[in-house]
Design a protein around this ligand. Structure first.
Ligand SMILES: NC(=O)c1ccc[n+]([C@@H]2O[C@H](COP(=O)([O-])OP(=O)(O)OC[C@H]3O[C@@H](n4cnc5c(N)ncnc54)[C@H](OP(=O)(O)O)[C@@H]3O)[C@@H](O)[C@H]2O)c1
Length: 228
């Protein structure tokens, strides 16, 4: 039997939030391996603004193979601080925009009978911590639609999974935790360190390029933190 050779540059990977952090590492890893990466910046696609999302969708082709919903915000707020605008903004950015982008891609995937969604969730969708009220809710919602869409879209060979990182060494983590907090956190992680963004990127790369039968799962990449 001839070995099937795939021309990686023909595979299109669409990723949000690739300007830095985990998204940048994922985009770099796919690019290094020859994949075509489409990574609009916030000026081209502002996920907090439904008008911007819909305009982007109406102006651009949905012929992409792997959709990675990575961008996210995590303003630290508890029940006594949040206002209506706060939950509209975080749900629009972290959750509703993901739905819009998946809806955009499904007709193409349905026609070609394959497609891949990778939603970047968080451990705070499973466990909780003060001031992650809305953030955790958006990530639980993302985990839930990951299962639901795996059921609805499985017959078209569309694989839908989520990656739930723990503490990753990015700007978001450094903004939301002081240096002293991070030292204490490291002690609480079984592997005794934060992960680097590249480690999350490797998991996304596996799900995008090697996976053929995992669907509907949220995969925790947290050094064992949520096992405790
Ligand atoms: N870091 C962690 O430890 C950790 C843990 C669990 C889950 N996560 C999740 O992993 C994902 C990436 O996190 P990160 O730590 O890499 O974050 P980050 O360093 O703060 O980067 C966030 C990315 O999202 C983009 N973004 C934010 N709001 C946007 C908007 N309205 N429109 C378009 N783009 C927007 C940012 O673009 P700009 O450059 O324009 O701001 C940036 O590229 C997020 O979903 C986060 O919830 C991270």
């Amino acid at each position: 039997m001839p070995v099937e050779v795939q021309d990686n540059h023909l595979v299109k990977v669409f990723i949000t939030g690739a300007s830095r952090g985990i998204g940048s590492a994922i985009a770099t890893l796919f690019s290094e391996n020859g994949y075509t990466v489409i990574a609009p910046n916030r000026d081209e696609l502002d996920l907090s603004d439904i008008v911007s999302v819909r305009e982007y969708i109406s102006r651009n082709s949905n012929e992409i193979d792997i959709l990675i919903n990575n961008a996210g915000i995590n303003p630290l707020q508890g029940i006594r601080e949040i206002e209506h605008e706060n939950y509209l903004e975080i749900f629009q950015t972290n959750f509703f925009s993901c739905i819009e982008l998946i809806q955009w891609c499904v007709p193409y995937w349905q026609a070609k009978r394959s497609g891949t969604v990778i939603n970047i969730s968080s451990i705070w969708g499973k466990i909780s911590k003060p001031k992650r009220l809305l953030y955790g809710a958006t990530k639980s919602a993302l985990d839930n639609i990951t299962k639901n869409l795996a059921l609805e879209l499985g017959e078209f060979n569309i694989l839908v999974n989520a990656i739930a990182p723990g503490f990753i060494n990015t700007e978001l983590t450094r903004i939301n935790n002081s240096i002293e907090d991070l030292e204490k956190i490291k002690e609480q992680i079984p592997l005794k360190r934060l992960a680097e963004p590249r480690e999350v990127a490797k998991l996304a790369f596996f799900l995008g390029t090697q996976n053929s039968f995992i669907t509907g799962q949220t995969i925790y990449i947290d050094g064992g933190y949520t096992c405790q």
